[in-house]
Write a protein that binds this ligand. Structure first.
Ligand code: HEM
Length: 426
């Protein structure tokens, strides 16, 4: 049980002990049970352990409430994305080699991800414009090609882990191809991105440096020979002052987005394959593929907690707690999506309700829900159309990813048989 000191509602983060570790929640079989426990004890904002390095506990606030998450995400002036405003940075408290340190630089890197207000706007516009200009037909066709290649490699029938055999290569290579990389480079980026998500501090920093170098080389080639894909659109954008800004802006799609895409594809296939009643609703036409993908965003979000904390610029009250200047707030996406205060039994509230926070909200909201859906729906549709798959859940259940941010089973043991085209899922 966490030990509190001081008056209720005004705890000093660094004086609390026994806090719940973030990665333990994400990788547990039932994260919602942890959120419920935290809600009972603390309300809509709870102290948590972001990471432990030796004896040092790096703590922060986990925002559990839907309304509180929206409030924080929408107010970038009070709740900054710039980690220079984190007390652990400006008081020099962070031990060397932490994993969180790789995401929370004391000097903000030149991407919208780490900036607020006008600088965020300048660096975000190119991404929005590039996504707007993307040829969606080409993305669909490339993704379909990738799915087919991966299925061919799986053979006519077999047994193995569907995450490794299909979800991961398709999620990654579809994303890196959309950015403009060839398959060989996409494969290297995939290995580094896996390290970024669950490596230790030094490994994460090294993987990020390698990724930045790869993207810089690609930009050099685009400048010489032209090329296609998202990065080519970024290269010609007027807002960028130099190539490091372009490369740094492409890192989130390269390292982060591909991981979340893989998780979304995996979670959707798990939902359909593991839950016979759900599968019957899909095959019976009662729920569409988009409905299935949405169901996952609501109830099994691939992004449990945003890897981009906010930092309080001043002392401020949130959900009945005093947040002190310099405290980190972790956006609790999966908790907010299930917040009992935001859900009613009124059927009118359920029709086409898209108020889940799996894309975030406010000025830093995900710029690419449409692209992500196009890739994920193509990947799930192609597999279920062309393969008969049976899931074999081992005794003891499936293992879950050990990252604090991304949630998906790391393995889906299955058998597969190539089938005649079953037709589109819907
Ligand atoms: C299933 C797939 C994806 C999920 C669940 C997802 C989720 C999110 C969320 C929740 C945020 C906001 C984080 C916050 O405000 O704390 C975000 C930001 C972002 N996402 Fe995605 N995303 C996905 C795919 C993609 C793809 C395909 C791209 C490709 C361009 C992308 C690019 C970005 C970027 C650049 C940001 C940062 C925007 C900013 O800070 O202004 N995401 N994403």
């Amino acid at each position: 049980m966490p030990q509190r000191t001081g008056q209720a509602g005004a705890e000093c983060l660094e004086e609390l002990s026994g806090l719940t570790n973030l990665a333990k929640i994400t990788s547990s079989p039932d994260p919602q049970a942890h959120y419920a426990e935290l809600r009972t004890q603390w309300g809509s904002v709870a102290p948590i352990e972001i990471e432990r390095k030796g004896d040092t506990v790096i703590s922060g606030w986990l925002v559990l409430g839907h309304a509180e998450n929206c409030h924080v995400m929408r107010d970038e002036l009070q709740f900054s994305r710039n980690a220079a405003n984190w007390r652990w940075n400006y008081d020099d408290l962070l031990p060397p080699g932490t994993a969180i340190g790789a995401f929370t630089p004391a000097e903000p890197r030149p991407t919208a991800f780490y900036h607020d207000d006008t600088e965020r706007q300048r660096l975000r516009e190119p991404l929005d414009d590039a996504l707007e200009a993307l040829d969606e037909r080409a993305v669909r066709d490339q993704t379909t090609y990738m799915c087919e290649k991966v299925i061919e490699r799986m053979g006519v029938s077999g047994a193995g882990d569907l995450v490794r055999a299909y979800c991961q290569p398709v999620g990654f290579l579809a994303m890196t191809t959309t950015l403009g990389f060839d398959l060989e480079t996409g494969g290297r980026l995939m290995t580094d991105a896996a390290t970024v998500v669950d490596g230790d501090g030094d490994e994460v920093a090294a993987a990020l440096t390698r990724t930045l170098d790869t993207v810089m080389e690609h930009i050099g080639r685009v400048r010489q020979d032209g090329g296609q894909g998202l990065i080519t659109h970024l290269v010609s954008h007027k807002n960028f002052a130099h190539d490091v800004e372009i490369a740094t802006s492409a890192i989130v799609p390269v390292s982060g987005a591909a991981i979340f895409l893989t998780a979304w594809i995996t979670q959707t296939l798990h939902q359909v394959l593991a839950d016979r009643k759900f599968a019957a609703r899909v095959s019976g036409g009662r729920i569409t593929l988009d409905g299935t993908l949405d169901e996952v965003l609501w109830h099994r979000s691939p992004i449990s907690h945003s890897p981009a904390p906010r930092y309080a610029r001043n002392d401020v009250e949130l959900g009945g707690r005093l947040i002190r200047k310099g405290d980190a707030l972790v956006m609790g996406i999966a908790a907010a999506n299930a917040d009992p205060a935001a859900h009613t039994d009124d059927q009118r509230d359920k029709i086409d309700n898209r108020s889940h926070l799996s894309w975030g909200t406010g000025p830093h909201a995900c710029p690419a829900p449409r692209l992500a859906r196009l890739i994920a729906r193509t990947a799930v549709d192609h597999l279920l159309r062309h393969m008969d798959i049976t899931l074999r859940v081992p005794d003891g259940g499936l293992p879950w990813a050990s990252s604090p941010w991304v949630r998906h089973p790391t393995q889906l043991p299955v058998t597969w048989h190539r089938a005649a085209d079953h037709g589109a899922i819907g």
